[in-house]
Design a protein around this ligand. Structure first.
Ligand code: UGA
Length: 436
């Protein structure tokens, strides 16, 4: 008979909580997942998943019998000892992380020595220490989350590393958390709490720095006639640099990088240290989102009355997340210049509609391109690579495309009759039609 695995508790079933719950259930653990929103708990209990994350729905369906969704904290505390806190920590107006949801959860936990708070939410370094100061008998382990939206299930099951931070006195709790992750086979790194918290913020800030760096290199490539794809490849072959996260584009977005880079900068600032580099990383990213406007003006002159089709609205492919998506800034800037903006996204359209009220939402890429003076590829959805671009060129008023993710093959677009411009790539004119 197989040994019964320890029940895992999850507090907050947003994106991180839901993936955590589903994956631990897949590993054979009974899971109790608690959220304060009755509506969310009801729909999850009926098997309805409102976020788009590849593989997640299947996992939840397959393990439905192992997972209990509830709003009742007492049910959670009675059934689970190990409690993963997965509530969100959005940015405040000051750029710091908003810890109100974390604090609300902590206040509900008993200091009985029976439960272990495992912090998955991204919090400023020092948060664990301050919680422990207020509740000295609470076992506290930091276990930051490194999942990427769109590949979260895969990332959970194949972690590069699992970081587990605990301070003296909590080693046994940390052992218990490490035990949960051992079957996955990734490297488990044990640290103190503040270092674990810092690893999470520093990792995201470093990745964001890589992106802003390559985006600036791309901008210089445009001036000197170099190709950023080739440059990134050549740089990445140096093992010290690596090829990952060197894709130039129209800036990073999402719920993590913008928030965490700013939170780290503010955290440093609050201690009196000015984090100069991150200030530039943020500024480069903001400007990068707007560069497309200049590129369009270069081709079209004034944008007043011009129709621009945005292909893709989500902050990246394989997610319906619109948080800090470059499309939001771009649409507003284009409208600010007098353009009419149409938008299409295969998955995020519904979420986007509420945030882009004055953008004409279409139900297909072709419909967005109809009569357009230019297209901008904002999100690298697979279907855009497979679009019939020759048919698209015929439906547009002017077959011009700015590829904001360097996702399309310039030769294919050229052959289809497009003027093509990417980021840090050579501009190409349409290939002349063969002589009759
Ligand atoms: C990011 C981190 O990659 C995860 O490790 C982390 O767990 C997560 O934040 C988090 O803190 O929760 P995520 O925001 O889901 O994950 O997405 P990424 O794939 O990292 O992409 C972030 C943004 O950077 C996207 O807008 C993407 O288009 C952009 N990006 C990424 C580039 O512009 N160039 C690249 O080379 C890579």
């Amino acid at each position: 008979m197989s040994e019964r695995k320890e029940t895992v508790g999850v507090i907050g079933v947003g994106w991180v909580g839901l993936v955590t719950a589903a994956c631990f259930a897949e590993l054979g653990h009974p899971v109790i997942a608690r959220d304060i929103l009755q509506e969310k708990v009801d729909s999850l209990s009926r098997g309805e998943v409102s976020i788009h994350e590849p593989g997640l729905e299947d996992l939840l369906r397959r393990n439905a019998e192992r997972i209990t969704f509830t709003t009742d904290m007492n049910e959670l505390l009675a059934g689970a000892r190990l409690l993963f806190v997965c509530v969100d920590t959005p940015p405040t107006y000051s750029g710091d992380a908003d810890l109100s949801r974390v604090r609300a959860v902590v206040q509900e936990l008993p200091e009985d020595g029976d439960h272990v708070l495992i912090m998955k939410s991204t919090v400023p370094a020092g948060t664990g220490q301050s919680i422990r100061r207020d509740m000295p008998n609470l076992s506290y382990v930091s276990c930051p989350e490194f999942l990427k939206e769109g590949t979260a299930v895969q990332d959970f099951m194949n972690p590069d590393r699992v970081v587990i931070g605990a301070d003296p006195g909590d080693e046994e709790s940390a052992d218990a958390v490490a035990g949960l992750y051992e079957p996955l086979g990734g490297q488990i790194l044990r640290t103190d709490v503040a270092s674990a918290e810092m690893i999470k913020l520093a990792s995201n800030a470093f990745l964001a720095t890589k992106i802003s760096f390559i985006n600036e290199i791309a901008n210089v490539c445009e001036e000197v006639g170099a190709d950023v794809g080739q440059v990134a490849q050549g740089m990445g072959l140096d093992g010290r640099i690596g090829t990952a996260f060197l894709r130039a584009g129209i800036g990073y977005g999402g719920s993590c990088f913008p928030k965490d880079v700013s939170a780290l900068k503010m955290l440093a600032g609050n201690t009196g240290y000015h984090f100069q580099l991150l200030t530039s990383v943020i500024e480069v990213n903001e400007l990068q989102k707007r560069r497309v406007v200049g590129k369009l003006e270069k081709h079209l002159g004034s944008l007043i009355g011009k129709r621009v089709a945005l292909l893709g609205l989500a902050f990246k492919a394989d997610t319906d997340d619109m948080r800090e998506a470059s499309s939001l800034v771009l649409a507003a800037r284009l409208q600010g210049e007098g353009a009419e903006v149409a938008g299409y996204d295969p998955v995020a359209a519904e979420r986007a509609a509420g945030m882009l009220a004055s953008v004409e939402m279409t139900t297909s890429a072709m419909e967005a391109l109809e009569g357009a003076d230019a297209a901008v590829l904002v999100t690298e959805w697979r279907e855009f690579a497979e679009l019939d671009w020759a048919a698209a060129a015929e439906r547009m008023a002017r077959p011009l495309i700015i590829d904001g993710r360097n996702f399309l093959d310039p030769e294919v677009l050229q052959a289809a009759g497009f003027e093509y411009e990417g980021i840090g790539r050579a501009i190409s004119a349409p290939r002349p039609a063969p002589a009759p």
